[in-house]
Ligand binder design. Structure first.
Ligand code: AMP
Length: 193
């Protein structure tokens, strides 16, 4: 089963994807994690994306599609969870083509809905927790970058909601509840998919 977790920054996509890795033996493909890893290991691509990411803008379609293409060639286990990808219509088209090439399909697109003020507070809270624990704080977990990330979401990513709705693939989950409640709502969608 291949699914997309769609939602603004701070909606809890990463948290729920980790759950599904445990409960359904799925593979989490987070382009944000891949890009941060490239940045931290100082690759050429990592250097190119660092500033764009810190600002909260999207990196190019070409780069993220390339990252996903590489991962799809590996083991498929219980299927893929696309977390933070696709973020543009061009990426959505590329994903359709990549899955078709492999004889695979998308089984569900789950939109996680959370209001904007909750998002900002969640992300700032996450940064504060990391700081208190002496851990690294994401360069884009500050108020300016969060606003830019939200704008990028509404401008470039939110059109995917209509796109997947029109394809009959979209399910909506309330992302405001406790982690367990949201996880249960997602399991319900997947059980029906
Ligand atoms: P995330 O961890 O998903 O919040 O992503 C962090 C940052 O990585 C984003 O704000 C973008 O700068 C970049 N990024 C992650 N995924 C994508 C994507 N699919 N397309 C473009 N940029 C991305």
């Amino acid at each position: 089963m291949n699914i997309i977790l769609l939602g603004p920054p701070g909606a809890g996509k990463g948290t729920q994807a980790s759950r599904l890795v445990e409960t359904r033996d799925m593979i989490q493909l987070s382009t944000g994690d891949m890009l941060r890893a490239a940045k931290d290991s100082g690759t050429e691509m990592g250097k190119i994306v660092a500033d764009v990411m810190a600002r909260g803008d999207l990196v190019t379609d070409e780069i993220v599609i390339g990252l996903i293409r590489e991962k799809l060639d590996g083991d498929t286990k219980g299927g893929f969870i696309f977390d933070g990808f696709p973020r543009t219509l061009a990426q959505a088209d590329a994903l359709d083509a990549l899955l078709a090439e492999k004889g695979e399909r998308l089984d569900a697109v789950i939109e996680m809905q959370v209001n904007d003020e909750t998002l900002v507070q969640r992300i700032l809270g996450r940064a504060e927790e990391a700081r208190a624990a002496g851990q690294a704080v994401r360069a884009d977990d500050n108020e300016d970058s969060i606003r830019t990330r939200l704008l990028a979401y509404y401008k470039q990513t939110a059109p995917l909601i209509g796109y997947y709705h029109a394809k009959g693939a979209l399910s909506v989950v309330d992302g405001l509840g406790e982690i367990d409640e949201v996880a249960a709502a997602i399991q319900k969608v997947l059980d029906k998919a």
